[in-house]
Design a protein around this ligand. Structure first.
Ligand SMILES: CCCCCCCCCCCCC/C=C/[C@@H](O)[C@H](CO)NC(=O)CCCCCCCCCCCCCCC
Ligand SMILES: Nc1ncnc2c1ncn2[C@@H]1O[C@H](COP(=O)(O)OP(=O)(O)OP(=O)(O)O)[C@@H](O)[C@H]1O
Ligand SMILES: [Ca+2]
Length: 573
């Protein structure tokens, strides 16, 4: 065996074939040597994608040695399947000329792993929602994820949730010393819990008020991992290009890091929620409201509700104001895609954090800096809309593989505002259908899309007012509303820590509760969206209904980090 400071090389055998194994720089490779000593095919694995090295011949599933010889070692690594987005565990068993050489290889490979993958997690906090999606969260974790963590030497503390918001509260309140990341096994709702926990905790520790819409929030160090086991799994799909628990697990193990933009949603001066995917009014709000009544259908509830809401053919008046992003940098119609190593996103870092102090890893939370991100001329648009949606990323998902805004970026500090004006049912169906094909859904006369840094939505004076008054009167008549009953147990509401204490916020819920209760008493059992006051829809914020209509949204560039690397272009091994 030859070892110098940059290279380790020796002959090894795989089966009955001889190979030259070489560890050089960032790669470990093995090249077949034929009987005439000529070099044949080489397989090369980046050290950063090695999952583990074990002495002996080890099986993948059981991790047990099938044969304990002194000459063998087994290498586990990331293997790309198909077009490369789906990852599985690769395994190769090497036989060395002597035990000394075998021990040298295992030592050298483990040292290289430590040097070249310093950001790998060692200890993770895992939250499993046993009721998410098809209710397979626990099974997915124990059969697919836990064995890989064990192989990679990662220890985990597992919490199977017993109630909504348990994961968020745990992150906000418990001692997290020693954890390198938090993982959710569930859907977008579970991800959202982790998101709120991680952002909330980071701001608490930095002494930053989340309610102030002009403040620069402190970016979060604790990484979030997503093992998809939900209904839509949009966050996973849009950051990995695939919903596959093994792929997600391997990205977590190798410590991939993908920054993500987050949109904060405010009502007056109160934080309501954070969103990474979609804040949508009109169609998507109505679909969500309708789908809540059909939870028993599982993931199919969205298709059923989508169909029912489509039949209602509603549109809503609204006043939309937005702060445009710099159109020289990128545009939602530039036909590009945000892929792994995206130039637009990496060049955004300096703009987003001009005063980053690399020596202390601290970001200044000076308000004036943040205001520079909020500079510019606001644009106002008034009209009747089928839907108004804001998305920080493409929001691609299996239902819509290109997403709500195919050219949106994961980490550029902007979101795309999509406004679909009132149109005939066929026009809207064309718009919806284009989400399922590669056709441009923005190339329609009633659709507008803008890349923005902030958005405000309000009901236009006049038309909306009359109906709103009626709506409020009805709500006031309700004494014991369903919302009031819920208020007795604030835990049932979302974000008890941030928005739950706000009286305005509670009033918003009261308003919605009154509406639901009124409709129920009037006996409107099917398609409630058709029975709502004509002028008002609800906001869908990453799959949660918001209690307010008039909201303002602001994008916080690269606020959180996921164990992911964005969508890779085809890179077959
Ligand atoms: C003709 C086929 C048209 C298919 C149209 C498909 C459009 C799909 C667009 C998907 C956008 C997903 C945005 C992501 C949102 C997530 O943050 C959030 C949390 O998980 N999910 C939802 O709110 C869940 C919302 C899910 C919305 C599903 C909408 C389904 C619409 C079906 C309409 C059928 C009309 C048929 C008329 C004949
Ligand atoms: N043990 C629990 N009991 C009830 N609800 C829970 C529990 N654990 C988590 N939740 C809540 O369930 C909601 C939905 O969970 P999750 O996102 O995992 O699954 P989902 O069915 O895919 O939903 P989504 O439509 O959001 O994708 C989350 O908002 C979460 O807060
Ligand atoms: Ca973005």
């Amino acid at each position: 065996m030859e070892i110098d400071s940059v290279r380790v090389e020796s002959s090894v055998w795989i089966g009955n074939k001889r190979y030259k194994a070489l560890l050089s720089g960032w790669y470990f490779s093995w090249t077949e040597i034929d009987k005439r000593n000529r070099e044949r095919k080489t397989i090369s694995v980046p050290v950063s994608e090695v999952i583990g090295v074990k002495e002996g011949r080890v099986e993948i599933q059981t991790q047990k040695k099938v044969e304990d010889t002194d000459l063998d070692f087994t290498l586990f690594y990331v293997k790309r399947n198909g077009h490369g987005l789906s990852w599985s565990l690769g395994r190769t068993q090497f036989c060395c000329p002597s035990r000394g050489v075998r021990d040298q290889w295992t030592t050298q490979l483990r040292t290289a792993l430590k040097t070249h993958s310093p950001s790998r997690p060692h200890r993770l906090l895992v939250f499993i929602n046993p009721f998410g999606g098809k209710k397979r969260g626990k099974q997915i974790f124990h059969s697919l994820v836990a064995p890989l963590f064990e192989l990679a030497g990662i220890s985990s503390h597992v919490v199977v949730t017993e109630r909504a918001n348990q994961a968020r509260d745990y992150i906000l309140k418990k001692d997290l010393t020693g954890f390198n990341g938090v993982i959710c096994v569930g859907g977008d709702g579970m991800f959202s819990e982790l998101l709120h926990g991680v952002i909330g905790r980071t701001q608490q520790e930095a002494g930053v008020s989340e309610h102030d819409p002009t403040v620069m929030l402190q970016p979060c160090d604790l990484h979030i991992g997503v093992i998809p086991a939900g209904s839509t799994d949009c966050v996973c799909f849009a950051t990995m290009g695939i919903n596959d628990p093994v792929t997600s697990t391997l990205h977590i193990i190798i410590g991939d890091s993908q920054p993500l933009d987050v949109c904060s949603v405010h009502y007056q001066n109160t934080l309501v929620r954070y969103s990474v995917s979609m804040v949508g009014y009109g169609f998507y709000g109505d679909v969500l409201a309708e789908s809540e009544r059909h939870r028993w259908m599982g993931p199919l509830r969205y298709d059923y509700s989508g169909f029912m809401v489509y039949l209602c053919n509603r549109s809503y008046p609204g006043l939309v104001q937005y702060l445009p992003a710099d159109s020289h940098i990128s545009s939602p119609r530039d036909k590009t895609r945000c892929l792994s190593g995206c130039r637009v996103c990496s060049e955004s870092k300096e703009r987003l954090f001009p005063h980053f102090d690399s020596s202390s890893s601290l970001y200044s939370t000076n308000v004036s800096q943040c205001n520079s991100e909020l500079e510019g001329e606001w644009v106002t648009i008034e009209g009747r809309f089928k839907c108004v949606s804001l998305t920080c990323m493409s929001s691609s998902c299996p239902r819509s593989p290109e997403g709500l805004s195919p050219s949106a970026h994961l980490a550029d500090g902007t979101a795309d505002l999509i406004m679909v004006r009132e149109t005939n049912p066929l026009g809207f169906l064309t718009f919806l259908h284009r989400h399922t094909t590669k056709q441009d859904q923005f190339d329609l006369p009633f659709v507008e899309v803008h890349r923005v840094k902030a958005v405000r939505f309000s009901l236009p004076p006049g038309e909306a007012e009359e109906e709103e008054e009626e709506y409020e009167k009805q709500a006031d008549r309700e004494i014991q509303t369903s919302a009031e009953r819920e208020l007795e147990d604030p835990e049932k509401l979302f974000c008890g820590n941030i928005a739950g204490q706000s009286q305005q916020h509670l009033a918003g819920w009261k308003e919605r509760g009154s509406e639901t209760s009124r409709l129920k008493r009037q006996g409107f059992a099917c398609v409630p969206c058709c029975t709502k006051p004509r002028s008002v829809s609800v906001w869908n914020c990453d799959g949660e209904i918001l209690p307010h209509t008039e909201i303002s949204c602001r994008v916080h560039g690269q606020l959180v980090r996921l164990f992911a690397r964005g969508i890779e272009t085809s890179t077959m091994q």
